[in-house]
Design a protein around this ligand. Sequence first.
Ligand SMILES: Cc1ncc(COP(=O)(O)O)c(C=O)c1O
Length: 648
Amino acid sequence: MTDKSKLAFRELERSITAALETYSNVHRGTGHHSMVSTGLYEQSRELVLDYLDLPPEKYTVIFCSPRRTGKFTGNLKPGSFRVITGEETGLPLGVQAVAVQKKHLPEGTPFESGGGTARLMASGWVIWDKAPDKFEAGTPAIINVIAFAKALTLLKSSGPGLFHVEDKEKCAVADILYRDETDGLTGRELLEKLRATRIGIETQVPTTAGWTRYVNLDNSASTPTFTPVWDAVRRTWRLAPETHRELIAEVGKICAGMLHAPPDTYEVIFTSNTTEAINLAAENLKRDPDTGTETVIVSSLLEHSSNDLPWRQVTSHPLIRLNIDKEGFTDLIQLEKVLAEYNRDGIHGNQRIKLVAISGASNVLGVCNDPEAIGRIVHRYGARLLVDAAQLVAHRKVDISGFDIDYLAFSAHKVYAPFGSGALIVRKALLHFNPQEMEAIRKSGEENPGGITALGKIFHLMGRIGMEVIIREEQALHHHALSELSKIKGFKGYGIKDPDAPSFSCKAGVIVFDFKNMFSNKLAQELAIRGGIGVRFGCHCAHILIKKLVGVGPFFERFQWLIATLFTSVRFPGLTRVSLGMENSREDVDTLVRVLKQIGNGKQPDKIRSDTQGQKDELTREKVVQSMNEYVEEAGRRVFTDMRQVTC
Ligand SMILES: Cc1ncc(COP(=O)(O)O)c(C=O)c1O
């Protein structure tokens, strides 16, 4: 590798380390880090246009997996777009950029749907979001997109070929996946060690109480990562394609082992996220052999839009959405009843329930369905089971074959591996794609060996910690959080409210609440300004469920449609969500409790102690908002400024 390439790799890694230090989900969070990641992600679009010398007034950029690029550009007018592939950068990121003329963007239903593509939805209608979000279904590969844009800036300033290195490194996959500074540790000891390596653990943000440690309580949206995982990714980026192939094969085995999906029965297909995995399953279902019956799909009121919208494209029959009880558990009696009606008794003519698509754990209420019981019922009536495991795999044991699951979808960015990978694990016998199509599908996911390696690495580490240890730790923290929050005047929780109830063991660490009737976006903003706390507000891409929880009836729903159509930036009632992960500590929860009490008391924020330089200053609210904006800009500069001269 030439010195020029070595320097370019080093600069890329420096920049991505900076992005990881302030990483959070884009577009839909409120805290400092969601603002930073959103800023970096949107700046990445501008950098692509800059690289291509295209005017931003006329063009926008859609980031796609290779498979999605094909689907998207297939609908575009020839000559109205340009594509930059990963090959052009020389980096295996699994990201492609489609720069498309705004006036030629397709109207109507997007080519893939799910989280982020809809601004508002109800069981019978959808108001699609505007481009570019409408065409980027699910959580984008945020870090990989930033790396892609960074690579383009380096290529632009230094000429092509920087990352096209002939003599890429080779090394044993075991070194990457199974060896690091945590060697020899297991159980709780390993968990603690890993927590201490969380990237960004030291990051301080401006608040009305001075510069404080950032507290990420938005793990259901996306999780931060740990040094051993990032190290595995950066090493992978420098490796030769043969080693990538070995890594991908090994991670396939790790996933199969962790989730109990025997390779003779199940195929692990890597995707860019859960949403792409579910869209793929939907496409597969459309190809079910014609048996003279019409397809009906069952889901529940609990579902995330990524496990609702794609199914609407499969059949003209409306989805049957199972009810949920007061705690949020799906009604299994109703499930059995509808299956019997459709599939055993033929009450609905030739309509048959082909698939039951259910979330393993809710991203709003945290409730974990019982996939084993569901699997038993579903198969008794000849249907198939898809489990949306986006919120499950980081928090509970999953036994695909034991639970008789046919399709399981999840994202790595919700399991501390935010490098743009996900997977669909599917019973091989159910796949209806032809060999060429299968090859293209596999190839698309596998163009991101770094993201796949990250997933394998974290699964291996979690396996060594032990899921029972992770569950015990998370539940203890969750118990503490729910107990303390419930004592605060004005706090109104939803779903399982009593941490000592037997059902609490079936609730993952997600707490959704209303506080003193404040708008959830205002409350979330207040938590950030006063405590440096990142949470999520609004409808959580689960509009149907949120409307049920906050009591939006059919009349108001129609009214919402009218208002949302007329006024595109209006906000509707929503809830605030706190979501815990194995990265969180008791101190994080105590900060939340303290700040929420302070907001409830109407007390002015603490007067300032000191800033990071140790200087005393009085941080008024306005100053903090200004500092937050400066913080976001500075974080952006750290990532995208070319520091090669300095580091050299
Ligand atoms: C339950 C559930 N399903 C699906 C998704 C979609 O995941 P992704 O955005 O990674 O595609 C999410 C994301 O929040 C989720 O919480």
